[in-house]
Design a protein around this ligand. Structure first.
Ligand code: NAG
Ligand code: NAG
Ligand code: NAG
Length: 523
């Protein structure tokens, strides 16, 4: 969620083949979008909730009944929309939605969720069918807003559905239904998700490496056992609000501007975008009372300490063991998510109450590091995704895979400087790459999909991944886009810039328009 080195678009392709597969156009006459088609495809324990033939340009979704995802996608290509409910244990069930486009590319795509949201992510299912993918999303076995974890109380089966079982079951059955519907085997399968969606994709391939041929994962909330406690810990640095150490959230953007003024140039180009926060040493005296550069505000010594705590890594108070990285320089514009309230975020307190301790009355004043130890040991719902070596064994670094170059044969990590969590920017940074949840803010649930105007493998990360997997074209860069109004493509392109596979960075060529991608190279 950092602004500087923020969203981490990690592209991970398990490239199995180098075959060119042309898109196959099916005629609608081959298959029927009616209940009878699906009833005979469903195993015991699965029931059909809905079958709707959506015409070209049509819309589908559950509206307000879907608490976290109430906006229905519109402008869909002609497709068959299906909702399936699956019993996962005597005490639990999950649902998933399936879009089966009339023009099928013989491929399958699963998309993920966000936070602890319980609902089918219909808007995130928009991209897939436009490209021809049969596309699924699951509600993860519960119905709730993203910050509401109360459904997890005394509900280990529900937590397991959240952790991995709902996605895995939906992928398996979704593939089966897809092949049954089109009466042809599918050729490739993919995953795309951000935040919790990123975690879900990593978890799935860690447990079931054969599920996907390639996954596109952004800002993965993968270290659930540590992250879900860290978000409480970081909140406590700024609490209680009566304490002199408290920094009012209204100052966060001003802190961010001072950080930008000091750290922007660390990458060599003055554009308001921090590309190398790791190269910047922030001078806190510039925001400290007495020495501050802006006469209208300053931080007292205890407030300066709070800011330093927020940027610091979380280490065990007793063993000094590293528990979680602190927030990056450049992340200030989204500090409000964790640091604005009079209490720590519900993500953390909800995790402690309803996942970890089964105690709805647990008081966050009682937080201590032992919760991390407990979470590591019990990992409620088995949601933590840290089995890095999918071949078995626990990899500690990329040396396990034969070093950086060998690792890059199947895994590439792209930072998106200046982007917020998963999407959007407050510093006019190029951010749009067609990855998970991005189209949701473009035009706010209108019919945008991919990167409007740039629907190709050079600009859309899912198409880039597809090309890597199927044609062996490793992704050397992805060109990110932003617009004059950063979420409104109709306002016209403002900037494009390449994103580079780590450890490369985009470097300005010293000539040409800085807003044009060709003026930059990956080095
Ligand atoms: C389900 O199917 C019925 C009948 O076709 C339809 O009226 C309804 O809106 C559908 N959608 C959902 C999300 O249930
Ligand atoms: C933060 O400042 C705003 C504006 O001055 C004020 O309305 C709000 O109550 C303050 N918040 C806290 C937690 O003190
Ligand atoms: C987006 O659309 C939803 C539903 O139509 C609406 O409630 C919300 O206010 C809109 N948000 C913005 C930023 O326009």
């Amino acid at each position: 969620m950092a602004r500087g080195a923020s969203l981490i678009g990690a592209v991970l392709a398990l490239a199995l083949g180098v075959l060119a597969i042309p898109a196959v156009s099916d005629s609608a006459a081959h298959f029927k979008c009616v209940a009878a088609t699906f009833k005979c495809l469903l195993p015991k324990g699965a029931t059909l909730e809905n079958v709707t033939a959506v015409p070209d340009g049509g819309s589908f979704g559950e509206g307000a009944a879907d608490i976290p995802y109430p906006t229905n996608p519109t402008g869909l290509p002609e497709l068959c929309a299906v909702i399936i409910k699956v019993v996962s244990s005597p005490h639990s069930s999950y649902r998933f939605g399936l879009f089966l486009p009339t023009t099928w590319n013989s491929k399958f795509l699963a998309v993920g969720n966000g936070g602890f949201a319980g609902g089918i992510n219909w808007l995130d299912m928009t991209n897939g069918p436009h490209f021809g993918f049969a596309t699924i999303s699951t509600d993860l076995g519960h119905s709730s807003a993203s910050t509401d974890l109360s459904w997890g109380l005394e509900n280990p089966e529900g937590r397991t559905d959240f952790g991995w079982r709902a996605l895995h079951g939906s992928v398996q059955l979704g593939k089966q239904i897809t092949e049954g519907y089109y009466k042809r085997p599918l050729k490739y399968s993919y995953y795309s998700g951000c935040s919790t969606g990123g975690r879900q994709g990593l978890k799935e391939i860690q447990m079931f490496p054969d599920s996907f041929d390639g996954i596109l994962v952004g800002a993965a909330a993968y270290y659930t056992s540590h992250l879900s406690n860290y978000v409480t810990k970081v909140g406590l640095y700024n609490l209680p609000v009566e304490d002199p150490k408290h920094i009012n959230w209204t100052l966060f953007p001003a802190i961010g501007e001072t950080v930008a003024s000091q750290c922007d140039m660390a990458d060599g180009v003055a554009d308001g975008i921090i590309s190398s926060p790791e190269r910047c040493t922030f001078d806190f005296s510039k925001i400290a009372c007495g020495t501050a550069t802006d006469p209208t505000w300053c931080l007292t010594p205890p407030q300066i300490q709070t800011a330093k705590n927020i940027y610091s890594d979380y280490r065990s108070s007793t063993t000094k063991e590293f528990l979680y990285p602190g927030l990056n320089l450049g992340s200030e514009a989204q500090w409000w998510i964790l640091l604005a309230d009079i209490k720590p975020t519900d993500f953390g307190t909800g995790y402690a109450r309803y996942f970890l301790l089964n105690d709805p009355n647990w008081d966050w004043h009682n937080y201590d590091d032992s919760l991390v130890t407990l979470a590591e040991k019990t990992d409620p719902g088995q949601s933590t995704a840290i089995k890095y070596d999918t071949r078995g064994g626990a990899a500690k670094s990329s040396s396990t895979f034969g070093g950086l170059l060998k690792t890059q044969d199947f895994f590439r990590y792209f930072q998106i400087p200046g982007m917020q969590h998963c999407l959007g920017t407050v510093v006019d940074a190029p951010w749009a790459i067609g990855s998970a949840s991005q189209n949701i803010v473009l035009g706010n649930g209108t019919n945008y999909w991919s990167v409007p105007g740039f629907v190709d493998e050079g600009h859309d990360a899912l198409l880039a991944l597809d090309s890597w997997v199927e044609r062996g074209r490793a992704v050397d860069k992805i060109i990110a886009t932003t617009w004059r109004n950063s979420v409104d493509p109709a306002s016209g392109v403002l900037r494009q810039r390449p994103l580079c596979p780590w450890p490369q960075k985009a470097v300005y060529n010293e000539h040409g328009d800085v807003n044009v991608a060709e003026s930059w190279s990956c080095k």
